[in-house]
Ligand binder design. Sequence first.
Ligand SMILES: *Cc1c(COP(=O)(O)O)cnc(C)c1O
Length: 320
Amino acid sequence: MSLPDHSDVVAAAVRLAGVAHRTPVLTSRTADAATGASLYFKCEALQRGGAFKFRGAYNAIAALPEAQRRTGVVAYSSGNHAQAIAYAASLLGVPATIVMPADAPAAKLAATRGYGGTVVLYDRYTDDREAIGRRIAQEQGLSLIPPYDHRDVIAGQGTAALELFEEVGPLDVLVACLGGGGLTAGSVLAADGASPGCAVWGAEPEAGDDGRRSLAEGRIVHIEVPKTIADGAQTQHLGDLTFAILRRGAAGIVTASDAQLVQAMRFFAERMKLVVEPTGALAAAAVFSGAIPVKGLRVGVILSGGNVDVARYAALLQGG
Ligand SMILES: *Cc1c(COP(=O)(O)O)cnc(C)c1O
């Protein structure tokens, strides 16, 4: 198994130049005073498609050989990855098939179809989406692009951290939101060349701490689908590539509770006028709660996404 490295992140940045948004980096005196650190928030909620997933999706499709691009790609996901693949494929003129749960929110199904993606529905309680994705890939000769365990996806996700280092210089700590580990692993690779010595942490939901346990036990721990409002991090296990990269290069993985996520979301809404989805608040919540030592340090925090239904967002902030 050959792992991607810093040069793959740099290559991804070249592919994404002028395509992905160079998202803003914001600061907050209130947050700095509360934590005793200098915090730099990388606002991927403002990325195309509303999350960093666009980076990995576009990079993976753009990196395919021409013949494979003509035939098309297939992806399975209920959330941001599916929309990112459909969006990136439409920009590149590549046919995309997306395997989505039949009970996915109507808005997400409509958005995916709106980008021109062919949607194949499955039953999330009885069907195995990975198996369906693999079968479609095989039958139709499509390239399967998984949500995190893929070299070019990981390298693409790493470009968010690379931009952050380019903008604010080397950091002591960088914290990413963690589901399957693509964003955090990509951040490790970005730091390798751009900010050596930076401690890269992943933050995952308290209800689904498979990542933390995997690093502690030295093997990929599998769990049931965790019950958490962080729907983008309801992953059941790390991938082979992401685990290997995190094991070598991550400082650690910590957790945040749903209540801490809501508290962080409220902070971004009230103080910074930013809509951050529950999963997108994982890294910030872990810093605010003190789970990661940051006092006196320069700290990057990736706000990974902002895709949340407005009614649900309002209900969460009201504590409903
Ligand atoms: C997918 C996603 C994550 C988790 O990313 P991984 O690469 O699976 O670790 C975090 N935040 C948001 C907003 C996401 O969509």
